[in-house]
Design a protein around this ligand. Sequence first.
Ligand code: SAH
Length: 453
Amino acid sequence: MKKNDEIELVCTDLSDQGFGIGHHEGMTVFADNLLPGEKARVKVIKLSKTYAIGKVVERLITSKDRIEPACAQANRCGGCALMHLKYDRQLDYKEKQLKDLFHAISPEIEVLKPLGMAVPYHYRNKAQFPVRIQNGKVEGGFYRARSNDIVPVRECMIQSEKINEIYQWLLDHLSLDQAGSLRHLLLRESKKTSQVQVVFIGEKNHNLKSLAHKLVHDHPEVASVIFNLNQRKDNVILGDQYEVLYGQDYIAEKCLDLDIQLHFKSFFQINPQQMEVLYSKALEMADLNKDDQVIELYSGTGTIGLLAARKAGYVTGVEIVPEAVANARVNQQLNGIENARFVCMDASEFAAKKENQADVVLVDPPRKGMTRQGIEDICALEPKRVVYISCNPRTLARDLKEFASRDYQCLKIQPVDMFAHTTGMECIALLVRKNPVQDDRQKESVPADNQLH
Ligand code: SAH
C-alpha cells in the first residue's frame, strides 16, 4: 500500500475518535465517516509504519445504522464526529469502547450501560465561537477537527436554540471594527432560569457597551454582558481582565434543588439535563451517611459538594479558580447549607497537607486527570470509598491503575452520555479499599511483642 492508492476497505469497528476501522494487506486503516458493516473505496492520505489514514471516495455498501446527520457541517466541523450514526448505536459503540478500555485493567470492573438522552439535540448550554472577517463580512463558526481553520456556521444542532438565536443576532450586528478586534464570542444560557450571558473576548473593546444595550433591548433574557481582554499569544481563550458591560459578571443557574450563582470564568457542566443524572448517580454511588467526612477535589462552583452536604456530616471542597470558589461560597449561603467549606487551592497540594480526615473522597478533575502524587496523597487519607467523575476515559483508566497499585479497586463504572453525537463520554467510577485497616480499637487489643514481657 502506498500514499494516494485507492483501496477497497471493509469497516469492522469504530475507534474512540469516531473513525471507521478496517484492515488492508495486514495494515490497520482508519477512515472518517465510515461505519462498521460498510464497504468503501478509500484513498490513502497518510501512511505510517503501523497504520494508514484514508478518505472515503465512494461508499459501496451502506450500514442500516447510518442516518442523514441533522447538521450539514457535521463531517466538516470538529464537533459531531458520530452524527451520521443512529443515537442508540452511538451508545452501544461507546459502551463497547469503554468495556475494552476498562476490562484491560481488570475484567472484574463492571461497566454499566451508558445513560443516554431521550432527545439528544440542542443540549449544550455554552458555546465558544471564534470570529473573523472574511471577504468583508463578519463570520463565526467552529474549528475544523485537528486544525485552526474555521468552519463557518450560523447554527449548531447540539447548542441550545437560544444560544443559536443570540449568536446569529451578534453576527448580524457586530460592525467590522468591533469584530476585527475580537477573537471569540462566549455564550452561556441557564435553561432553568432562562438567563443568558454573552462574553466578548478580544484585544480591544470597540464601543461594545452600546452594542450590549441594543442586544439587551432586543433580547431581554440576556442578563450579563462582559468584555474580556485577551492579548495572549497562545490559544487560551479567556484573559484575566474583564469589564462588565451590562448586569453582573455572573448569571443565576439551578441544578436539582440548588440555586447557583455562575461566574463566566467558572466551570459548569455543558449538558444541564444530563448533569442532574450524573450528579444523582455519583451521589448514589458515594452512599453517604450523616457521619461521613467528605473531601471533594476539583469542586468548581460547589454543586456536587453542596448536594453531598445534604447527606453527609461535613464536606470540604477544593478548587483552584478563585471566581469558582467565590461562587461556591455564595451558593452555600444561597442554599442555607452549613456543613461545608470551600478552599481555593491546588487539589494535590491540599491532599498532601493531610489535615482533613476523609471517609469518602469525590474527585472530578479536568480532562488531563489527576497527578500520581495527588492519587498517592488521597490514598494516604485512607477513605472507605473514592467516587471519581471523569470526562476523559483514557486518563481515568490511567488513574485507576494508579489507584489499584495502592489498594483501591474500581468496582464499577457508570457512563453518562453528556456529549451526544461527539466521541466524548462522562464516567463515574466507584473505588473501594481492598484491605481496610482494622479500626483503632482492634489494633490496641493486639499487644505488640515487646509489651508481652
Ligand atoms: N465538580 C465541578 C467542576 C468539575 S471541572 C462541577 O461538576 O461543576 C474541573 C474543575 O477543576 C474546574 O472547576 C477547574 O477549575 C478545577 N481545577 C483544575 N485544575 C485544578 C487543580 N490543580 N486543583 C484544583 N482544582 C482544579
